[in-house]
Design a protein around this ligand. Structure first.
Ligand SMILES: [Zn+2]
Length: 163
């Protein structure tokens, strides 16, 4: 009979961050797009466009999380440049790199740098969605769609939502 989710969530593939469990939601309520490092690529953007244009979802949440392994790998790659383990892993790291370089400007290091980069990646991805998709950017301008960033703490289970 179709699907009528009220929100879309772009989040990490990390096994500790399933949005349906985090937000205690059942089948049909959330349209979830998951990829290591909650980056955006054309296919993922297309997934968000599909549900925003053709169904009921009027909110897109980019959900980053604490201790993200993908962001950690990008931080390592920034500190020790060299060839990626595989081309596909390199693609993820490259898409996270602008956020790592921006976070490095704060002077943060180690675990703090990983957290700062993960938060920066959420902020950049929120912007990218509106800028790279004319359809979604247009809906946002008309007030038909809200795009927000959020950050999940593995330790506390708390989600901070940035509006
Ligand atoms: Zn992650």
């Amino acid at each position: 009979m179709g699907q009528w989710p009220y929100a879309s969530i772009l989040c990490c593939a990390d096994s500790r961050t399933p949005p349906e469990l985090i937000f205690d939601e059942g089948l049909g309520r959330l349209f979830v797009v998951r990829v290591a490092g909650n980056i955006i690529t054309p296919s993922l953007l297309g997934s968000l466009e599909y549900i925003s244009l053709h169904s009921t979802s009027r909110l897109i949440m980019v959900l980053g999380h604490e201790s993200c392994g993908a962001v950690g790998a990008a931080v390592k790659a920034a500190e020790h440049p060299g060839p990626a383990e595989t081309p596909a892993l390199g693609d993820i790291v490259n898409r996270l790199m602008p956020a790592v370089l921006e976070a490095k400007k704060t002077g943060a290091q180690g675990k703090e740098l990983v957290e700062a980069a993960a938060k920066e990646n959420v902020r950049m991805t929120v912007k990218q969605i509106a800028e790279e998709s004319q359809a979604l950017g247009g809906m946002q301008k008309k007030g038909e769609l809200k795009i927000v960033g959020a950050y999940y703490s593995l330790a506390t289970g708390k989600v901070d939502i940035w509006t």
